[in-house]
Design a protein around this ligand. Structure first.
Ligand code: TRP
Length: 342
């Protein structure tokens, strides 16, 4: 493993065996290499280590962003393909969509009664999203989505949630809701813990955090040519001597970090190898490293993409499994709340 390998703390993955783990993504298009090294790769490791894993495709959450909500079916299909290509095994991991699991969504109502408007309004991640949203006004859904995310996590009584730093406020809301529900109605929910990855953020081709909306992302499913084109356009600097210095040389260092992840070496080692050969040489090296590392995944994805019916079956099966759990949890919740009349 290289110095920049994106792993949770030593032993954390192994200790997750037998625990119930839920994570998810908004379906906003193809995943990129930042997603892969930051979270996807670890989800596959958790699955393979014997954790009971659930993946929510958060299609109701994506409604806070009108641009991506326009092509939902395509984005959901792409997300499932990226998961499968990366090694998510639908036999072991339940992949489902919000909209396919009605009882999950119904949990939102009692959950909303347990948090105040003020608490929802001061959630830093919500505030941040409002600040960056390109919408003319802020919808009510924006404020409720941390409580909805609590439903994602608690419907299956997950006890471990692998998240990035930005999602911690949401997990705190989930823990608060679980605690308040249990205090008021009796013990139903676990208070889930975070599995924080110590993954450094993978910079995009301009040296800042890789993100689709910044236009600096390399899609996981990019072709070799597309990858070469994106890396050729990456921002570097005029110094021909290649060194790893994330503070002063974010562009060059981001490329070195990416190559390091693909090659299992340290960025410093790769910098030393390129030496004074300059940015063009570095870019060729990075392109080859990415294309070689992801060739099997991309080939697998292309094969899977040819069979859209299989993708639909996987989602249908995942939704069915999630529905069983959600129905059982909702029955328990209604019983605890005294909502059994017939
Ligand atoms: N909010 C997460 C994101 O924007 C996606 C998500 C939805 C999620 N539900 C979740 C993550 C439950 C972890 C657990 O990436």
């Amino acid at each position: 493993m290289s110095a920049t390998a994106t792993t949770p703390p030593p032993g954390a993955v192994e200790r997750a065996a037998g625990r119930r783990v839920l994570t998810g993504d908004r379906p906003t298009g193809r995943l990129h290499l930042g997603h892969y090294f930051g979270t996807l790769h670890n989800r596959v490791r958790l699955q393979d280590a014997g954790a009971e894993t659930y993946l929510v495709i958060a299609d109701y959450q994506v409604l806070t962003d009108r641009d991506t909500a326009d092509r939902l079916a395509e984005h959901v299909g792409d997300l499932v393909l990226d998961y499968l290509a990366a090694g998510i095994d639908p036999g072991r991991t339940t992949v489902f969509a919000h909209s396919g699991v009605p009882a999950l969504n119904q949990l939102l109502l009692p959950f909303l009664s347990l948090v105040s408007v003020a608490e929802l309004g001061r959630n830093p991640t919500v505030k941040d999203e409002i600040a960056h949203s390109r919408q003319a006004s802020v919808s009510g859904l924006m404020y409720t989505y941390p409580a909805h995310q609590a439903a994602d996590i608690l419907f299956c009584k997950a006890d471990l949630v692998p998240v990035g730093q930005d999602q911690l406020p949401h997990l705190e809301v989930t823990r608060t809701i679980a605690r308040r529900f249990n205090d008021r109605y009796g013990p139903v929910f676990p208070e889930p813990g975070a599995l924080l990855s110590d993954a450094p953020l993978l910079p995009g081709t301009d040296g800042t955090k890789m993100s689709k909306s910044r236009g600096n992302a390399i899609p996981l499913a990019a072709t070799a040519d597309e990858t070469a084109r994106l890396i050729r356009r990456a921002t570097t600097d005029a110094d021909r001597d290649i060194t790893y210095d994330p503070e002063r040389r974010p562009g060059v260092s981001g490329l070195l970090a990416l190559a390091a992840l693909c090659l299992g070496r340290t960025p410093q080692d790769i910098a030393a190898e390129v030496g004074t050969a300059g940015a063009a040489r570095l870019k060729r090296l990075v392109t080859e490293a990415v294309n070689e590392h992801f060739a099997p995944l991309r080939a697998r994805r292309a094969e899977l993409a040819a069979d859209r019916a299989a993708v639909r079956t996987i989602l249908r099966d995942g939704n069915a499994r999630a529905n069983e759990l959600a129905d059982a949890t909702l029955r328990e919740v209604r019983a605890a709340m005294g909502m059994r009349y017939t």
